[in-house]
Design a protein around this ligand. Structure first.
Ligand code: ATP
Length: 248
């Protein structure tokens, strides 16, 4: 609820016919903060990302840098500095790593939107080189995704989201399929990204990653936030244990 929150959702709700997939969600992410969004399958985590980024219709308020954006198209929201990854975030196999990032490079017209919302603040990552450097993959620029370990491929997906002046990334299960070692490396990269001032919303079922890297967590169950707080508080919260952790 910090006044300086980068991303803020207030009272966000999404209905799919009779299903309330997101029920009055209030959540914020600050600059440089890693915030986790966890919950059982079907709890509404992906729906929340879809709603915030404008890919699904929602009610409630969304702001970036204090500016209301819930009336914006996905494209225009992207221009405010938010970027997402997809749960099935496959890379283009025929393209090199650098080319996979080039796909995301924005149209020049969007620069004006960045200027409006973040007056005077320079986006930390603008170019493909900068994004690859940030995730430690400069050497992989000319290789193809299949030549990289899965953990590195996931980082290419994150780097793609960072290109173009991104201030806030929403990562939908980026660690799925990673082994313990890869997941720990991935967590370290997320810390480096956040340390540059980028806000991170992390959705993942890998609880050791989430508990380890997140500054704060929100727990969703049946579309509602049932708990929010520091990782240690969440881990010990009986409602969370019964709704989620107990079965994980
Ligand atoms: P998972 O951890 O399995 O990815 P999730 O927490 O991301 O789950 P969502 O995918 O957001 O959950 O789903 C929330 C609810 O909304 C579920 O009941 C799901 O069936 C429903 N739902 C999601 N997308 C749609 C859609 N396009 N049309 C109808 N119902 C949907």
């Amino acid at each position: 609820e910090a006044a300086g929150a980068l991303l803020q959702a207030r009272g966000l709700s999404v209905r799919y016919g009779g299903v309330v997939a997101n029920d009055d969600i209030t959540l914020d992410v600050g600059a440089g903060e890693i915030v986790g969004l966890i919950g059982p399958n079907g709890a509404g985590k992906t729906t929340f990302v879809d709603a915030v980024t404008g890919f699904t219709k929602s009610t409630g308020e969304v702001t970036m840098g204090g500016v209301r954006i819930d009336g914006y198209s996905p494209h225009r929201r992207r221009g405010t500095g938010m970027a997402r990854t997809w749960q099935a975030g496959e890379l283009f196999a025929d393209l090199t790593v650098a080319e996979n990032l080039a796909v995301a490079v924005q149209k020049p017209g969007l620069k004006a939107l960045f200027a409006d919302i973040f007056t005077g603040s320079k986006p930390p990552v603008k170019t493909i080189d900068e994004a690859l450097t940030m995730v430690g993959l400069t050497d992989a620029a000319d290789r193809h995704p299949s030549e990289l370990a899965l953990g590195q491929q996931k980082l290419v997906g994150v780097a793609r989201a960072l290109v173009g002046g991104t201030k806030m990334v929403l990562l939908d299960e980026p660690a799925a399929g990673l082994d313990t070692h890869e997941s720990r490396d991935f967590g370290n990269e997320l810390r480096r990204i956040a340390a540059t001032g980028i806000g991170v919303l992390l959705i993942d079922h890998d609880m050791s990653l989430v508990l380890d890297v997140c500054h704060r967590l929100y727990v969703l169950d049946f579309g509602k936030v049932i708990a929010a707080g520091a990782p240690q508080e969440i881990r010990d919260d009986p409602r969370v244990v019964s709704a989620y952790l107990g079965s994980a």
